[in-house]
Write a protein that binds this ligand. Structure first.
Ligand SMILES: Nc1nc(=O)c2c([nH]1)NC[C@@H]1CN(c3ccc(C(=O)N[C@@H](CCC(=O)O)C(=O)O)cc3)C=[N+]21
Ligand SMILES: [Mg+2]
Length: 296
């Protein structure tokens, strides 16, 4: 038996369609154009490609896209001054500062300088606290995308055993909070977890977010489990650069009940959820009813 392949690319396309419909409604009904500002510090080529994709998709859904590219040696004061301007700009409803930042900049300080209402990454401490206490927050895009795929595939997640591998602030921790909110029994496993394979093998839902290429093999997976692969690792294979996940797809696909591929799984959902969060932020900023199905 081979697993169902969860098509994140197709799901993300449909989600972007719904985002675009809401944008049209906001423009026509309220004269409101949601706007997303993306800040990139430095010239990392992968980040540049990624920021360009975000800008393109932002415009394709009818929103305003503001790109701020700053030199790698930008001072913290200059970056904070830009964030203060974006916080005050009425046309900007969402602000994303591309991570990682160059080493001389304090990422925590910078992220916490963003107005929490415009923090479409959901990384500000206020949003982290709101999510952890089950209050209305901006929800981090990658975990939100994973949750949407899980709900679509499984319906109710209540009572299921979920294992999140990886404890980052960006994916692992918020993912665990969302799964807890869905009444899963949640375990966070990480590099120090003993008998990590046995822990993973308990999972009805296994979310891999460790950043280690193909670490999780088929024998770590409970037969029939739903596997969400958050990893995006560039590796060289037969002289070519290839993109692989944290899950060894070839061995996992024969054991899992369903699995997300890399590419074409979680990655496209992350960007679609960023656009969805921007619409949500614009509605909240203007006291308008938020569209259903765009957030957790
Ligand atoms: N403040 C901040 N927020 C982020 O959300 C953020 C960030 N910084 N820094 C970088 C990471 C990375 N990330 C990705 C999103 C989509 C794809 C994506 O669409 N991947 C495609 C493949 C793209 C390719 O071919 O390279 C896929 O998986 O199918 C990848 C990576 C968001 N990040
Ligand atoms: Mg770890």
């Amino acid at each position: 038996m081979s697993a169902t392949i969860i098509d994140g690319k197709a799901f993300a396309e449909r989600l972007r369609g719904r985002v675009a419909a809401h944008v049209t409604r906001l423009k026509d009904g309220h004269g409101l154009t949601p706007g997303l500002a993306v800040v990139l510090v430095g010239e990392d080529p992968a980040s540049q490609v990624y920021v360009r994709n975000k800008g393109k998709q932002t415009q394709e859904t009818g929103m305003a896209s503001f790109e701020h590219k700053l030199p790698a040696d930008t001072t913290e004061a200059d970056l904070l001054a830009l964030i203060a301007r974006l916080n005050a700009a009425p046309a900007v409803h969402g602000i994303l500062v591309q991570l990682p930042l160059p080493a001389h900049l304090n990422a925590e300080l910078v992220i916490n300088a963003i107005d929490p209402a415009k923090d479409v990454d959901g990384f500000h401490i206020s949003n982290v606290g709101l999510l952890g206490t089950g209050q209305k927050a901006m929800v981090p895009c990658t975990p939100l995308g994973c949750l949407m795929l899980l709900r679509d595939h499984l319906g109710s997640l209540s009572g299921l055993e979920a294992v999140v591998v990886g404890r980052s602030n960006i994916v692992g921790k918020p993912m665990a909070q969302l799964l807890l909110g869905e009444s899963c029994t949640v375990t966070i496993a990480h590099s120090r977890t003993r008998t990590i394979e046995a822990v993973c093998r308990r999972a009805d839902i296994l979310v891999a977010a460790v950043g280690r290429p193909e670490m999780i093999t088929g024998d770590w997976i409970k037969p029939g489990a739903t596997v969400i692969d958050v990893g995006i690792n560039r590796v060289e294979r037969d002289g070519k650069m290839r993109l692989v996940g944290d899950v060894d797809f070839a061995s996992a696909v024969g054991v899992a009940g369903a699995i997300t591929p890399v590419p074409g799984g979680v990655g496209p959902m992350t960007i679609a959820c960023l656009l969805a969060n921007t619409v949500t932020a614009a509605c909240r900023a203007h006291g308008l009813a938020e569209p259903e199905g765009l957030t957790a």
